[in-house]
Design a protein around this ligand. Structure first.
Ligand code: AGP
Length: 593
């Protein structure tokens, strides 16, 4: 996913755009660029290059005041990471300048059909959009040239467009990729994420698909693709600077790990009015009338879904299947007669998951999206949505969103059950258990001596195994150590061949039924030279276990056992001086399939 920011108003556009791009850089950070109006030469200057936003800040220090501009941070989809493929892109005569988040699937066909005589400087699909607008503007007015272009595009787009012939306007259009309009005393800010608006806008409107706007310093108009005027629905922005800064922490990831206790408590506050659940009864009734639940997600969210399966099945006896979104989208398994779908997603913009949503909606099945972004595509296009209330998660490695997903799934399981536990009390105990661990953790010392090899294993059984999968992803994605989450009992059926002197094996033990079994598996790897670390709950701990956690309800153990594994990943990356919040090759939300 890329970051997009545009501004038009009575402030220096460069300031608004660079601040906004810095806040959105977590979404994609291969390259950065911006375009500002140069009133002296009456043209839009373009500054862009591969690399981070700081490089762009340094290269635009001398630029003149401009009250209009657009900017972009890129996570490469089409074309290499280089200056030519960075945004903004422009049309052949440089009349139109655009930035784009999304993927145009038919850009080659459009190039062949409409742009045979055009010359291109990049390998991107975005440049084709700019050239199409220029081509159509030779016979149509600009707004119609834009809508004519938009109607030809297959795929996804969030677009900001400048016209050098009319430097008092920004055009913006949206289909499948998020785009939000902010208004405030400073002017109009348009961005792919609410966080870029903080400090410059007081109210926001999330653009719907197949709509576009024309923004001037003093007014803004909204249209559909037939150029028919539509009304805005502005709402107050409820974020503030504390949501978008690291505060006392060195990294957003550590801040977000430490926010987890308050996230669990905030979810309880938002989902209960005293002891009455605020989850819509309609959702519960719809699920109860289904014969099977399908949880679809990607990455960390899929790992939270695995926990959700256990909780829902054990608390309500409704069968649950969990599927990887990118697999389900094109290899749909046999469904039951009355399935209910739950999409779990922090960003609400994951393209693999949206591909599933489109298929499921075509079959008229009910969909609940559980997400951290209520304005997101997957929240708005599902039958129902439940919010995570985790606050913006900026570190690419998801932590508090995972804990929030497991917490909300536990509330859903509780509402589907005969309610024979005090879920509020049990979740409060879990929040306190996280807090107690964080207050006295010494994970860094363990990591320094343990992770001395190129690979690592997390092992466990049942819920501990599923947490091991999440632990492995966290360690991989920020320390680049090849890590596997493995069912402890399965290791001896082949993979134990990889265990050699000092291979790190980290065991997670929170279930009394399998305490002995997992410890036997540990002996098997220790006998072959492995270096081990044991994470256990106090009720099951042996004196020389390395990390001992306060026990919680058996179905909620992932909320506490995941936390030391998050810190193992954090300290491993810190020891290696890697970019913890923006790991290589990744983006916060993957809006391409
Ligand atoms: C998690 O640490 C990763 N950044 C990634 O696996 C992420 O969970 C996945 O891309 C799904 O994103 P979503 O929750 O926004 O759909």
């Amino acid at each position: 996913m890329c970051g997009i920011v545009g501004f038009i108003g009575n402030k220096n556009a460069k300031e608004v755009i660079l601040n906004g791009l810095s806040r959105l850089e977590y979404r994609g950070y291969d390259s950065a660029g911006l375009s500002l109006f140069n009133s002296r030469y009456r043209v839009f200057d373009v500054f862009k290059d591969e690399g981070r936003v700081q490089k762009l800040i340094d290269s635009t220090k001398e630029s003149q005041f401009s009250n209009i501009g657009i900017g972009h941070t890129r996570w490469a989809t089409h074309g290499k990471v280089n200056k030519e493929n960075s945004h903004p892109h422009y049309s052949q005569t440089r009349r139109f300048i655009i930035v784009h988040n999304g993927v145009i699937e038919n850009y080659q066909q459009l190039k062949d059909q409409y742009l045979k005589n055009s010359s291109f400087v990049s390998e991107t699909d975005t440049e084709v959009i700019a050239q199409l607008i220029e081509t159509f503007s030779q016979t149509l007015n600009v707004e119609t040239a834009i809508t004519t272009t938009l109607k030809l595009l297959h795929g996804s787009y969030a677009l900001l467009i400048l016209d050098s012939n009319d430097p008092e306007k920004i055009y913006a259009a949206k289909y499948k990729s998020p785009l939000i309009i902010g208004k405030g005393d400073a002017g109009i800010t348009i961005a792919s994420d609410l966080m870029a608006l903080v400090g410059y806008s007081t109210d926001y409107h999330a653009l719907d698909d197949k709509t576009f706007i024309v923004a001037r310093p003093d007014n803004i108009r909204l249209f559909n693709l037939n150029n028919e005027s539509l009304d805005f629905h502005f709402k107050p922005i409820e974020l503030d600077d504390s949501d978008t800064t690291k505060g006392e922490y060195a990294h957003f990831m550590m801040k977000e790990v430490h926010e987890q206790p308050s996230v669990v408590r905030r979810i309880l506050t938002n989902y209960f009015d005293k002891d009455a659940s605020l989850i819509k009864p309609e959702i519960i009734d719809q699920i109860k009338s289904s014969d099977r639940i399908f949880i679809l997600a990607a990455g960390t969210s899929m790992h939270a879904g695995l926990i959700g399966k256990q909780m829902i099945e054990k608390m309500s006896s409704i069968p649950v299947e969990v599927h990887i979104a990118s697999e389900f989208a094109y290899h749909q398994p046999l469904l039951s007669k009355k399935p209910f779908f739950i999409l779990v997603t922090q960003s609400g913009e994951t393209a693999d998951l949206r591909a599933c949503l489109v298929n499921i909606k075509d079959q008229n099945y009910p969909i609940l999206t559980i997400t951290n972004v209520p304005t997101s595509t997957l929240a708005r296009e599902a039958s129902y949505a439940l919010e995570l209330f985790a606050g913006p998660e900026i570190a690419v490695a998801s932590t508090k969103a995972y804990v929030a997903q497991v917490t909300v799934l536990s509330l859903l399981a509780y509402e589907l059950s005969s309610k024979n536990i005090d879920i509020k009390k049990e979740l409060s105990i879990a929040a306190t258990s996280i807090e107690n661990f964080l207050a006295s953790e010494n994970i860094r010392e363990h990591v320094r001596n343990l992770l001395t090899r190129r690979n690592c294993f997390f092992i466990g059984r049942g819920l501990d195994y599923f947490v091991g999968l999440e632990a492995a992803l966290k360690l991989k994605e920020i320390s680049y150590i090849q890590t596997e989450g493995f069912a402890a009992g399965e290791l001896k059926h082949g993979t134990i061949a990889l265990i050699e002197d000092k291979t790190p094996v980290i065991a997670i033990i929170s279930d009394p039924k399998i305490n002995g079994n997992t410890r036997s598996n540990l002996k098997e790897v220790q006998a072959r030279g492995a270096s081990t670390l044991i994470i256990s709950t106090r009720d099951l701990a042996y004196p020389d276990d390395d990390v001992i956690l306060d026990p919680v309800h058996p179905l909620l153990t992932p909320l506490i056992t995941v936390v030391p594994t998050q810190l193992i990943a954090y300290y491993a990356a810190l020891e290696r001086s890697y970019d913890i919040d923006k790991p290589r090759n990744l983006a916060k939300s993957v809006t391409v399939e």
